[in-house]
Ligand binder design. Structure first.
Ligand code: FAD
Length: 494
């Protein structure tokens, strides 16, 4: 299957074009849809819920977001005249059935670049193409498609800064397109009901406190709110979890409700009319660059999905510690900034980036638990859980990734808390049992004098856990473990 074809010539028939929606749940800036509309033929939009095969099924929190996003897209399509078809089962079988039912002669899609989906889609397209179906794939999800940002010698970048420079200098932003006002669709094609897919929890409804409005309109509103508000002071505030200093665009971007180029364009337009400093717009572009970097790496090094990017790190003597893992997952480690983050994640389906780094470091260094446990927990609990971003960031925090934080730099959860949550607003929101503790002891309650704890109404080990590790000792244990990796490296080099 070609990607980003240069021509959009009209095929010689007037049979419908299937637009296979996946993580591109929007009508504006959607290359597959734009190209399908350009043929002038009827469009059959389809979403296939396929949980088998090589593609990792969405986690529980993501499914909640997906439900809202599909409802929004279905309503937007129906309003324009093209009812969305929902199908459940094997992607290829469902596509073939739909081709049969509608007489479609083409399938257009925006490509997914993670290894499982990439090869599955290529196989499907290959089979259909040999039978005369016109299959076309586009890049609608990344700033640049993997394989187009390469070093001077033609290899993939493994260091972020030169990657970003090459990406921004060498990629022509695509033209922005508005959602079509009307789409010629086909009526009467059988479709599942979204309710039958049970993507959302009911009893218990653990998603009741989730934040964000799934769907393209929600994405556009979030972008506008950010550009008119927090973007002005993004570099300063993006590291402070107690303020709304970031865009909250991550689930919208993951599900493709918003094109990353539109986000960059909106920020640059605000900079061009003096509403925000230019450096802030470029800071957002750089963060979106990290998103591209993550997906490009996973695409080019598929083994990193479950193996250390630097192979010597697979020698790390990870501990088997179910109690420690459970304390981390449930926000009961006794380290307030860690517990606040894990509770924010559980309650809202999202966690602030600074705190993701702190809790990640705590798991792999203080508890010496394999990063894959953390990656799996995040996959299930984040509404923005994303193959590239989640894997790359977990490997970054573990020291095993490309351009990763060195393993020997161990975050101290107390000083991180004191630095980034100095007024305690974040911890007090998510760990309410510590609300009454003065700032001075908030990030290390075990160091507070008994009288202070009593006045704050806290009995350690009863109202709030004692720390599950001594950070100083855990740090030394982590550094000791790192020596195993160095020894493994020595063997590799022998
Ligand atoms: P903003 O600061 O407003 O950033 C704008 C956008 O840039 C984000 O929406 C995101 O798409 C991208 N971005 C920002 N930081 C990063 C980064 N470090 N890496 C890649 N892209 C970035 N992000 C996910 O989208 N999905 C994940 O599954 C995910 N897992 C993570 C796991 C760990 C251990 C860590 C440390 C980070 C993870 N991130 C993940 C990256 C980052 O934390 C989130 O993208 C960010 O917190 C989302 O909030 P925001 O949209 O307000 O970010």
């Amino acid at each position: 299957m070609e990607i980003d074809p240069v021509t959009t010539e009209t095929p010689p028939d007037d049979a419908p074009v299937i637009v296979w929606f996946r993580r591109d749940l929007r009508l504006a800036d959607n290359p597959a849809l734009t190209h399908a509309m350009a043929t002038g033929r009827p469009v059959v939009p389809v979403y296939i819920h396929d949980e088998g095969g090589t593609v990792r099924p969405a986690g529980a929190a993501s499914r909640w977001w997906l439900d809202g996003s599909l409802r929004a897209l279905a309503a937007d399509l129906a309003r324009r005249g093209a009812p969305m078809i929902l199908r459940r089962g094997d992607s290829e079988a469902e596509l073939r059935r739909l081709i049969e039912e509608t007489g479609a002669s083409a399938v257009f899609l925006n490509r997914l670049f993670e290894p499982g989906a990439w090869t599955r889609d290529a196989d499907i397209a290959h089979g259909l193409t040999t039978e005369g179906v016109d299959c076309r794939g586009f890049n609608g999800s990344l700033l640049a498609r993997p394989g187009t940002v390469l070093t001077g010698s033609g290899g993939p970048y493994k260091v972020f800064t030169p990657f970003l420079k090459a990406l921004l200098a060498g990629t022509e932003p695509p033209p922005l397109t508005v959602a079509p006002a009307a789409i010629a669709g086909i009526q009467g094609v059988a479709s599942d009901s979204l309710d039958d897919w049970a993507l959302k929890p009911t009893r218990p409804d653990w998603a009741a406190g989730f934040v964000g409005t799934p769907g393209e309109a929600g994405a556009m509103a979030a972008l506008e709110t950010f550009v008119d508000g927090a973007l002005r002071t993004y570099s300063r505030d993006r590291d402070i979890p107690g303020v709304s200093g970031t865009s909250r665009l991550s689930p919208h971007l993951h599900f493709g409700e918003l094109s990353p180029w539109r986000a960059v364009a909106a920020a640059r337009a605000a900079a061009a009319d003096g509403r925000v400093p230019g450096a802030e717009a470029e800071k957002l572009a750089a963060q979106l660059g990290w998103r591209d970097f993550s997906s490009h790496l996973l695409h080019q090094f598929p083994a990193m999905a479950d193996r250390a990017f630097r192979p010597d790190y697979d020698a790390m003597p990870w501990r088997d510690d179910p109690a420690g893992l459970a304390a981390w997952q449930t926000g009961r480690t006794g380290f307030p900034i860690v517990d606040a983050g894990m509770r924010q994640l559980w309650a809202t389906g999202w966690m602030h980036n600074r705190v993701r780094m702190i809790v990640g470091s705590f798991l792999v260094k203080d508890l010496l638990i394999d990063w894959r446990h953390g990656e799996r927990w995040f996959w299930n609990t984040l509404v923005d859980a994303d193959p590239g971003n989640n894997i790359q960031n977990w490997q970054w925090i573990s020291g095993s990734g490309a351009d990763a934080a060195p393993y020997f730099r161990v975050f101290n959860p107390v000083t991180q808390g004191e630095k980034f949550d100095a007024d305690g607003r974040y911890v007090r929101t998510w760990v309410p049992e510590l609300r009454g503790l003065p700032d001075r002891w908030l990030h290390a309650p075990w160091s507070a004098p008994p009288e202070i704890l009593r006045q704050a109404g806290i009995r350690l080990g009863h109202d709030y856990p004692r720390p599950v590790v001594d950070h100083g000792e855990a740090r030394l244990r982590a550094l000791e473990a790192l020596r195993t990796v160095s020894q493994a490296r020595g063997h590799h080099e022998d």
